[in-house]
Design a protein around this ligand. Structure first.
Ligand code: ARG
Length: 260
């Protein structure tokens, strides 16, 4: 009995320290482990993060790039989505309350977005009223150069905590490393030629973005380097998260924000 308690405690400690859950003990509902592998974080540490809400519920993440422009993924803005059903919540680490909820005046999707290949998976939203910047609401600068392979990069969002799980009510955060486009399409991973121009990858053991994180930020060196786009399930070892490469799409965003 005593031995069993000691063993259980040791196991719990190991899990708390980030060890993988032994497969026999994994819950059936979380086959891919646990923003998978994330920790709760405060909005002050990621004040550019917003929740893009569709008909009153969280649907995607987004990033504030100016007081009235949000960058998100093109696939979050596909028909039948219209601006009138969209709102964004800024300044809260909860997706259902807090901060400010603001209506969307209009949006624009990259003309070169392809729903099959997912190239150019980026779009911009223009808000009806301007955001007031403060400790919980701030813009992030878009990167002008693609981050190097191996650079540290963080991902945040309210997405699912496992492939078959549910969305997180609190904002979660993970640290990952950039996987360059050529490395991401190499035989080290399972994607091959699916990794096209305008895409960049990021990976870390048992950590990944997942459904509901789309459109949200991949940040490296304090700049927005990617937009959560797609992946094979979530947190699979041979399948990094795939992101729209902001450095390559920045010129489109700069143009689009003037005309949206
Ligand atoms: N497409 C997903 C969404 O709509 C995001 C997928 C990201 N997946 C991943 N394994 N990194 O939320």
């Amino acid at each position: 009995m005593f031995l069993q308690i000691v063993t259980t405690l040791a196991l719990l400690l190991a899990i708390a320290n980030g060890a993988a859950i032994p497969s026999g003990l994994e819950q059936k509902s979380t086959p891919d482990g646990r923003i998978v592998g994330g920790t709760a974080t405060s909005i002050e540490d990621h004040p550019w993060q917003v929740s893009v809400q569709k008909s009153g519920g969280h649907s995607c993440g987004g990033s504030i790039i100016s007081n009235n422009i949000i960058v998100t993924a093109a696939h979050c803005l596909q028909p039948p989505v219209t601006a009138s059903i969209l709102k964004i919540r800024a300044g809260s680490n909860k997706r259902t309350y807090g901060g400010v909820l603001i209506e969307v005046a209009a949006f624009k999707v990259h003309e070169g977005y392809n729903s099959v290949t997912k190239v150019n998976d980026i779009g911009v939203l223009r808000l009806k009223t301007k955001l007031t910047f403060g400790s919980t609401i701030k813009a992030i600068t878009m990167a002008t150069a693609t981050p190097a392979h191996g650079s540290a990069a963080s991902i945040t969002g309210w997405g699912k905590t496992s492939h078959d799980g549910s969305s997180s009510s609190e904002l979660l955060f993970i640290d990952t490393k950039i996987v360059g486009r050529s490395q991401c399409s190499s035989s080290t991973y399972g994607y091959g030629s699916s990794i096209r121009e305008t895409m960049i990858c990021a990976a870390a053991a048992n950590k990944d973005a997942c459904q509901g994180d789309s459109g949200g930020p991949l940040v490296s060196g304090g700049q927005l380097v990617g937009v959560v786009s797609w992946g094979e399930q979530c947190a699979l070892a041979r399948y990094p998260g795939v992101f729209a490469n902001v450095a390559e799409l920045r010129d489109w965003v700069l143009q689009a924000q003037k005309t949206v």
